[in-house]
Design a binder for this molecule. Structure first.
Ligand code: HEC
Length: 230
C-alpha cells in the first residue's frame, strides 16, 4: 500500500526522483518483513520454550543417578492403586506358579452368555463358531489353529486357555489389551461348553430331560419327527 502511494507521487521523467522513491519503497518492505519475522519468532519462541524444557524421555539414560537410569523404581512398600494384582489365579491362571484347572469365580449362566458373546467377537475370526479352527481369516491364509476338540485341549486346564489369551501363543497374539481378565475367564468357560457340546454323554443331560431326548432320537430314527427336531 505504502509503495503504490509512493509511486503515484513520482515526478515523471526525473530518474533521480524515481530512484529515491524506489529505495524508500524497498525500505518499507524490509521493515515490514523484519516486523513480521520478529512477531513470528516471538510466537514460535513461546512454543519452543515448552518443547525445550528439562525432562527425560522414556528410557533416556542419565548420569545423575548411580544406576544410569532416569526412570526410578517405586519406593519400597508402595501400594499400587487400580492395578494391584494380588490374585494369582485371577490374573495368571496359576496357583503357586502351576497352571490350574479352576475358575477364580463361580461361572453362572450369565457368565457363559457373556463368554459366548466375547468369544464370537474376538475368537471366531480364526477359531470359528464351533471351535474347529477354520475361521474366515484362516480360510484366507492365516495359520490354522488346532481344534478345541482334540484330546490335548480337552485335557488342558482352564488356566491354559486364560494364559493363551493373556500372553498369546505361537502365531496367535495376546488378547490382554482387548479382553479384560474376568471376560477371559468367561471365554475359557464358554470354550468348555463348546468342548462338551461335542463330547457329551446322556449322563450329562439332566434326569428330567433325558426322556425327551430319547423320544426325540427314536422319532428321528423312524423319520416321524422330521422338521420338529432342531
Ligand atoms: C487371528 C487369528 C486368531 C484369533 C482371532 C484367535 N486365535 Fe487362538 N490361535 C490362533 C492360532 C494361529 C493358534 C495356533 C498358534 C500356534 O500353535 O502357533 C491359536 C491357538 C489357540 C489355542 C491353543 C493353544 C494350544 O495349546 O495349542 C487356544 C486355546 C486359543 N488359540 C484360544 C483363543 C481364544 C480364546 C481367542 C479369542 C480371545 C483366540 N484364540 C483368538 C489364531 C487366533
Amino acid at each position: 500500500m505504502g509503495c503504490s502511494k509512493l509511486r503515484t507521487e513520482l515526478v515523471p521523467g526525473i530518474p533521480a526522483a524515481r530512484g529515491n522513491a524506489r529505495s524508500a519503497c524497498s525500505l518499507v518492505r524490509v521493515v515490514t518483513v523484519a516486523c513480521m519475522g520478529a512477531v513470528a519468532m516471538l510466537l514460535l519462541g513461546c512454543r519452543m520454550d515448552m518443547h525445550i524444557q528439562p525432562k527425560y524421555l522414556p528410557y533416556e539414560p542419565t548420569d545423575f543417578f548411580g544406576d544410569g537410569r532416569s526412570e526410578r523404581q517405586p519406593v519400597p512398600g508402595t501400594v499400587a492403586r487400580g492395578q494391584l494384582r494380588l490374585d494369582e489365579l485371577m490374573f495368571s491362571g496359576r496357583e503357586n506358579g502351576v497352571v490350574v484347572d479352576k475358575f477364580p469365580f463361580p461361572i453362572t449362566q450369565a457368565d457363559l452368555n457373556r463368554g459366548r458373546e466375547r468369544y464370537n467377537i474376538y475368537c471366531t475370526p480364526c477359531h470359528d463358531y464351533s471351535g474347529t479352527g477354520r475361521g474366515m481369516i484362516v480360510q484366507r491364509g492365516f495359520p490354522q489353529p488346532p481344534s478345541y476338540h482334540i484330546q490335548r485341549l480337552r485335557d488342558a486346564p482352564a488356566g491354559h486357555f486364560f494364559e493363551v489369551m493373556t500372553n498369546g501363543f505361537g502365531a496367535m497374539y495376546s488378547y490382554a489389551a482387548r479382553v479384560e481378565p474376568a471376560d477371559r475367564w468367561r471365554i475359557a468357560a464358554y470354550i468348555r461348553v463348546l468342548q462338551l457340546s461335542r463330547n457329551a454323554t446322556i449322563q450329562d443331560v439332566p434326569e428330567a430331560d433325558r426322556q425327551k431326548l430319547t423320544q426325540q432320537s427314536a422319532g428321528q430314527a423312524s423319520g416321524q419327527s422330521m422338521g420338529q427336531s432342531q
